[in-house]
Every structure is written in C-alpha cells, then in structure tokens.
Design a protein around this ligand. Structure first.
Ligand code: HEC
Length: 224
C-alpha cells in the first residue's frame, strides 16, 4: 500500500509537524496550541450590550427616517412595512395591554423590557439571512424606527448610546430581576452550620439505573 517513498514523505511531514509544534508551544504558553487572540479578534466577538444601562453600545446614531428606509429595504419582507408582520413572521409592533389575555401578543413594544436589547438583537441576528451586515448607524436607525412604530419615542428621536437606555419600555416593571425565595439564596455557612451527622439523605440516584453501569464490558453498559 505504501511504497518507501511515501513512507519517507510521511515521516518527513511528521518531523516538520513536531518541530513546528514545539516552536508554537514556546510562543503560546503551556497548552502549546492555538494562538493569542489579538485585540481586534476579541473586539469582533465582544459585542454584547447590557439591557438596562446600554453598556457596550458602540458610538453611532440613527434617525427614524433612515430607519424607515433600511427597514423597507431589509426587514419589511418578513416583518411588514410597519412592523405588523408578514405571514407567520413575527410582529414587532402592537400588543399593548394584551399580556394578561389568554393569547397575549408579545412584541418589542408590549413585552421587551429594554430598548438597548433591541439594538443588540438586531445587531446580532437580523436580517435573518444575513446577520452582522448592518452598520452600527443603521442598527441605531432601525431601533429608532421600531420604537417609534410602537409610539415609544417621538418622531424627532435620534437613537444613540445615550438616548436608548433612557427609553422607558412599558413592560419593564413586570420583570423580576432577583430571586426572592429564601431557600434559593446561596449563602455560605461560616459558623453554627448543620452538623453533617444531622443531615439525612432522603433519596439517591443509586440503583435507579439513571446512568449506564461503567464497570463491565461494553455490552453491559446499557441501563437495564
Ligand atoms: C427572512 C425573514 C426576516 C427578515 C428579512 C428579517 N427578520 Fe427579523 N425575524 C425573523 C424571524 C423568523 C424572527 C424570529 C426569530 C426567533 O424567534 O428565533 C425575527 C425576529 C426579529 C425580532 C425579535 C422579535 C421578538 O419580539 O422576539 C426583531 C426585533 C427583528 N426580527 C428585527 C428585524 C429587523 C430590524 C430586520 C431588518 C434589518 C429583520 N428583522 C429582518 C425574520 C426576519
């Protein structure tokens, strides 16, 4: 199957690979593979925007007028010219006052708690077929347009990193940010802790065959 020439080439390849591996290891620390991410690469991934205060929003700005143009061009086919939704694609507008109904209408306007999250979502995920193709300015413009369609900002509103966190979304107060249940609060016990002898184990996964048995050969590793 292998003649001596191909074996020789393979060996040569293996030596080159090993030597380059050593050189790389010396460069990139103790794991010896991969490379240090550059600040530009990190910036490309580090795009998250925090909802309540908009931390992470980039420089840039966008008007409602510009947003209407971009929306007509890139979004309306699915979301309708005025955000009313085309076919089964989601509505981005309306639904105010329906959240307690049997069939609540969850939209950006009726449901979402934070305006900066709208910027973040569009920036990450839309247009659906070609995400990450919009400029920061156009994402601001689209955000302004959708907020305006929901009557949440006036016609002269300009979206930017300062104005978006100030927009008060109607459903904001109805989200619960902390878990108030006392039994779920994780508090480290520093003194007067329970005596381990008093802790009663009331059930165990042992014997329930929840996981395969690992001690025997492969054909016995199935749950019984
Ligand atoms: C090809 C169809 C399509 C296009 C074009 C499109 N979207 Fe979407 N959009 C969707 C679908 C489908 C969802 C739902 C995705 C999901 O829930 O996972 C969605 C969800 C959204 C949502 C979240 C809605 C919600 O309440 O959860 C927003 C906001 C949005 N799109 C904005 C835009 C904007 C702005 C554009 C134009 C830049 C755009 N979309 C273009 C199909 C599309």
């Amino acid at each position: 199957m292998f003649n001596s020439r191909s074996v020789c080439l393979m060996l040569f390849g293996a030596v080159i690979f090993a030597v380059s591996g050593i050189a790389e290891a010396a460069q990139t620390g103790h794991f010896g593979y991969g490379q240090q991410a550059t600040p530009d690469q990190i910036a490309g991934w580090d795009i998250d925007v925090r909802g309540d205060d908009g931390a992470g929003l980039p420089p840039g700005r966008g008007t409602i007028e510009r947003g209407a143009e971009v929306f007509a061009d890139q979004c309306a086919a699915c979301h309708g010219t005025f955000g009313e939704g085309a076919g089964r694609f989601p509505k981005l507008v309306g639904g105010a006052g329906t959240l307690r109904n049997d069939r609540p209408e969850l939209t950006v306007g009726s449901y979402w708690p934070f305006a900066p999250t709208l910027w973040d979502y569009i920036n990450r995920a839309m247009p659906m077929a070609t995400p990450h193709t919009l400029s920061a300015d156009d994402v601001y413009a689209l955000t302004a347009y959708i907020l305006n369609l929901n009557d949440l900002v006036p016609n002269e509103f300009v979206a930017d990193r300062d104005s978006l966190p100030k927009v008060r979304m109607p459903n904001r107060g109805n989200f619960i940010w902390t878990d108030p249940r006392p039994d779920t609060a994780a508090k480290a016990c520093m003194n007067a802790c329970a005596d381990p002898a008093d802790v009663k184990i009331t059930s165990s996964a042992e014997g329930l065959d929840l996981t395969p048995h690992t001690s025997g050969p492969l054909d016995t590793m199935q749950p019984k």
